[in-house]
Design a protein around this ligand. Structure first.
Ligand code: IPE
Ligand code: IPE
Ligand code: MG
Length: 250
């Protein structure tokens, strides 16, 4: 293991892509792929703590996904509502803390309140912090943070990161490992700031087929990588280094 922080509990972020192609390949409507994708979420959440994952951020619906046909968007929102209703108690019981990141003001009526309720139920868990990104755009999060401090003194990376993550979330946590299923090799506006030094793993598996073994393979591969953070050889993550080197943080 070449990461000096190996063994440390990880922040893993997943772009859960490929639901539509999974369904089309089976002659099913795209929404069947999204339904099957929810099962993959359950499997992944259950398996995550066992692989040393402390925080799991899942991309469920991007701000750009509003461009999709109304019927598909409605089906995705209904699935989210159903997931929260069905899972929040179980998440709480199994020690999972739930947060939803992204905008709430454009969600269907009542969904914002249901999200808040589910977050309240599953607020105390310390086995895993599950963050679900809904109506999420990383560029918008960065722009929002910039707007909030435009007139003041330039922020440090840490305080700007807190603004990006949103007050309730505390600090924006650097992503250790970013996984994208579905074979595409792009970030699609997900956690751009937080992924500055993330290790990237692109899997050809369509999201509904993503299994605990796929997560195990990705984490094992991550553990073998040498993280350098701009230095030579394995070094610590950059937060402290960045604070010293950044004039904005002085
Ligand atoms: C990911 O699967 C789920 C969402 C973006 C909501 P897709 O729906 O993008 O599936 P593909 O990429 O079309 O196969
Ligand atoms: C990214 O997938 C968003 C989610 C997985 C929620 P997309 O399918 O929307 O991304 P693009 O359009 O292929 O970049
Ligand atoms: Mg896609």
């Amino acid at each position: 293991m070449s990461d000096p922080a190996a063994g440390r509990r990880l922040h893993v972020a997943i772009i859960m892509d490929g639901n539509g192609r999974w369904a089309s390949g089976r002659g099913l409507p795209r929404t069947a792929g999204h339904r099957a994708g929810v099962e993959a979420i359950r499997r992944t959440v259950e398996a995550a703590p066992g692989f040393g994952i402390a925080t799991l951020t899942l991309f469920a619906f991007s701000t750009d996904n509003w461009r999709r046909p109304r019927g598909e968007v409605d089906a995705l929102m209904a699935l989210l509502r159903r997931y929260l209703r069905a899972e929040s108690d179980r998440l709480a019981r199994s020690g999972v803390r739930l947060s939803v990141i992204g905008r709430r003001d454009r969600l269907p009526r009542g969904l914002g309140a249901e999200i808040a309720q589910a977050e309240m139920k599953a607020a105390g868990g310390d086995r895993l912090h599950l963050r679900i990104a809904v109506d999420y755009s990383s560029r918008d999060a960065i722009l929002g943070a910039a707007a909030r401090c435009a007139a003041g003194t330039p922020p440090s990376r840490e305080s700007f990161g807190r603004l990006i993550a949103g007050e309730a979330e505390g600090a924006a946590i650097d992503v250790d490992l970013l996984i994208r299923s579905g074979g595409e090799k792009r970030l699609s506006d997900f956690l751009l700031w937080e992924c500055a030094y993330a290790e990237l793993c692109f899997s050809d598996r369509m999201w509904p087929d993503f299994a605990a073994e796929d997560l195990a393979v990705a984490v094992a591969d991550y553990r073998r990588r040498e993280r350098r953070f701009g230095g030579l050889g394995p070094v610590r993550p950059p937060a402290a280094v960045a604070t010293r080197a950044s004039p904005a943080a002085a």
